[in-house]
Design a protein around this ligand. Structure first.
Ligand SMILES: [Fe+2]
Length: 298
């Protein structure tokens, strides 16, 4: 039975909170909806937040957690109850009172990846006119082995299988988007990238223009992926995590009708328009923060 209903947000520990907020507001068009001490909540739509930036302490750089939305408090407890059998562990109790959401619970999956199930996202944000991304779309984690992580994705997080490429990567969905998450075989457990939906290719181009005006170049793209069929462009955020801007991601047919696709191994099928990914794309990773999975003081 599905648990995750929507990919919710990314939470990152960053070395310079003001610099990070400035980047995401000016390049992606995000709006800061709330700042609570050293934590900034940002959105691009009616939801209270789809990105959480936390001022890191010392050199504790990395991602804090990945937010996954479930239907309600009952679904939250049901999600928690299946974590151990799926190969993960609970981090503390269910808690409430965090800005923008009703209830949440943190869990740790294979390799130390940290997820936050939550329910009751506050809506109704009214944003000023702006050229911005549409929603937080997906994330991709790196893992030293795919087997345990894929079992956890399916049985613990409740995602459904979409596609596989050789023996090195797989894509998973929780909504009508072809993928809400992906996992890639890699030497370390870390974040590969987090991704936003842009309205179209022109909007991706305007984001690239704003990056260029800040003296920053792309890592890879624009081009079109094989799995997911989405347009893409990759670049770093100021903390060093890789962002993907997407458009046109494939939409899944009604539940049960999708036939999972096996793409050839190697890296050729990952890019429809151009060549294989550059080393900088393959080598980029953002660590799991050493203190990831902290229950925030509210
Ligand atoms: Fe991606």
């Amino acid at each position: 039975m599905p648990i995750t209903e929507r990919v919710g947000h990314m939470a990152l520990r960053v070395p310079d909170l003001d610099e990070a907020v400035d980047f995401h507001t000016h390049v992606l068009g995000l709006v800061e909806t709330e700042r609570n001490g050293g934590t900034s909540y940002l959105t691009c739509n009616e939801r209270h937040h789809e990105l959480v930036l936390i001022q890191q302490e010392g050199d504790a750089r990395g991602y804090e957690h990945i937010g996954l939305e479930v239907a309600d408090a009952e679904a939250l407890e049901r999600a928690r109850s299946g974590i151990a059998a799926a190969g993960g562990e609970l981090i503390g109790p269910t808690y409430d009172g965090e800005p923008g959401i009703d209830r949440a619970a943190l869990v740790r999956g294979p390799g130390g990846h940290v997820y936050k199930f939550f329910c009751g996202m506050e809506g109704g944000q009214s944003l000023p006119e702006g050229d911005r991304v549409v929603k937080f779309e997906h994330f991709s984690v790196k893992a030293r082995g795919l087997g345990g992580t894929e079992r956890f994705i399916q049985e613990g997080l409740g995602f459904k299988f979409s596609d596989r490429m050789g023996r090195t990567a797989s894509w998973w969905h929780c909504s009508s988007d072809h993928h809400g998450m992906a996992v890639v075989l890699a030497p370390k457990h870390e974040l590969s990238h987090y991704a936003w939906t842009a309205p179209d290719l022109n909007a991706i181009g305007r984001i690239c223009d704003r990056l260029w005006s800040r003296g920053q170049k792309l890592i890879w793209g624009p081009s079109r992926h094989g799995p997911g069929n989405n347009l893409f462009a990759y670049f770093h955020d100021p903390a060093g995590a890789m962002i993907e801007i997407c458009a046109d991601i494939a939409q899944m047919p009604p539940d049960g009708d999708y036939v999972a696709r096996q793409w050839p191994g190697g890296l050729g099928s990952i890019n429809q328009w151009g060549g294989t990914p550059p080393p900088r794309f393959l080598l980029t990773g953002f660590p799991i923060a050493p203190d990831a999975g902290r229950i925030p003081s509210t």
